[in-house]
Design a protein around this ligand. Structure first.
Ligand code: HH2
Length: 352
């Protein structure tokens, strides 16, 4: 089936964005008063046969085609706050892995007291959300059952109760979502986009919490074996659009959803780079975007740095590129350093 996709390009920021919008030379991105796009890259066709064309915003606005109008509307419309955090400025989600085997800091925060202390540190460093995971999803990771995941996660959540920064539970399992929400988690972050268990969607709908829907090809144990796509960007986009439909049909309000292309989840270097280069296309989904690149293998491949803990600088370069494309939330290990980089970027761009 022929699809149409719009990728906002030619971003302008701050006062220039406001002047360009007033002049009709740019359109606001996701309701922002400090990021606007001056052109659109039109993608048309099906995977394997996509044609691309750069089109002025005035031309795209004049196209009398319902699908184009709907897409443009979704790209421009303001995003609802997530767990009380407004989406009108770049937000940082700090990562806490209460696991023995995470790729980035394997075992450092496995102990509940260490995980709690780390979460408090990230909050003090300026994290807008804290994402706590108790099952590693690194390539090749062995799955853990819900009982073990809860045994790791619950003491951490209990120890953090009352913390002002919203906590998201990084889990694929409905029973873990339920217990985590009861213990105060304000958001669900599911790397299987609520498709891991038959009752994932209904559970998330009943909990009435915002949910991150992430794309992955395959399960963590085998996902990096030989990922294949005809057009990774279009296929990931279509997948996320379908999952948003499924979530809305199951009763999750569209305003409670966040989409994530799932960097490193069943993707090789070329796939990851294509997704990162075209991140702004995903604004057509009409929901806030979250991206996690922090310390991942592609940063190691691009920089030659084999030790994940030494990849902060490369990770921040990717995070800055993501926010310059209007991505609302970046998921990072190095909160202090990312917050510093964002403060400078925001001041230089006159952006919120
Ligand atoms: N990446 C990881 C885990 N959860 N969730 C979202 N939404 N997006 C991501 O990119 C993402 C995620 C993997 O990173 P990490 O948590 O550091 O490692 P591990 O899974 O080994 O614990």
């Amino acid at each position: 089936m022929t699809g149409i996709y719009l990728e906002p390009v030619g971003m302008v920021y701050g006062a220039i964005a406001r002047d360009a919008v007033a002049l009709g030379a740019a359109l606001p991105l996701a309701g922002s008063s400090s990021i606007a796009f001056g052109a659109v890259r039109l993608w048309e066709g099906e995977p394997g046969n996509i044609k691309h064309a750069i089109v002025r915003v005035s031309t795209i606005q004049a196209i009398d085609e319902p699908l184009v109008k709907e897409l443009l509307d979704k790209i421009m419309s303001p995003r609802a706050p997530a767990a009380g955090v407004s989406m009108d400025a770049p937000r940082i989600m700090g990562i806490v892995n209460a696991t023995p085997d995470s790729f980035s800091n394997g075992g450092d925060h496995f102990d509940a007291a260490a995980a709690i202390a780390h979460a408090r540190k990230l909050a003090a460093e300026g994290a807008d959300f804290i994402d706590i995971g108790a099952e590693s999803t690194r390539p090749g990771a062995e799955p853990v059952d819900a009982e073990e995941e809860l045994r790791r996660l619950m003491p951490v959540l209990q120890g953090l109760s009352g913390m002002p920064v919203p906590i998201s539970a990084d889990t694929r399992k409905p029973e873990v979502m339920r217990e985590a929400a009861a213990a105060g988690a304000a958001m669900i972050n599911d790397v299987s986009a609520l498709a891991f268990a038959p009752d994932s969607l209904s559970t998330a709908a009943a909990l009435k919490k915002p949910a991150v829907l992430m794309h992955a090809q395959g399960n963590p144990d085998k996902m990096q074996d030989n990922p294949v796509y005809t057009d990774v960007v279009v296929e990931v986009y279509d997948f996320l659009e379908n999952r948003i439909h499924a979530a809305v049909s199951a009763g999750l309000p569209r305003e409670s959803l966040i989409a994530d292309p799932g960097i490193g989840f069943g993707k090789n270097l070329e796939h990851n780079l294509s997704l990162l280069q075209s991140l702004s296309l995903f604004h057509g989904l009409g929901v806030p975007l979250l991206v996690g690149v922090s310390r991942k293998g592609l940063i190691g491949t691009l920089t030659g740095e084999e030790e994940p803990k030494e990849r902060a600088v490369g990770s921040i370069a990717a995070a800055l590129d993501a926010i310059s494309k209007g991505v609302q939330i970046v998921r990072v290990h190095d909160v202090l350093e990312t917050r510093q980089a964002f403060a400078v970027w925001q001041a230089l761009h006159g952006a919120a």
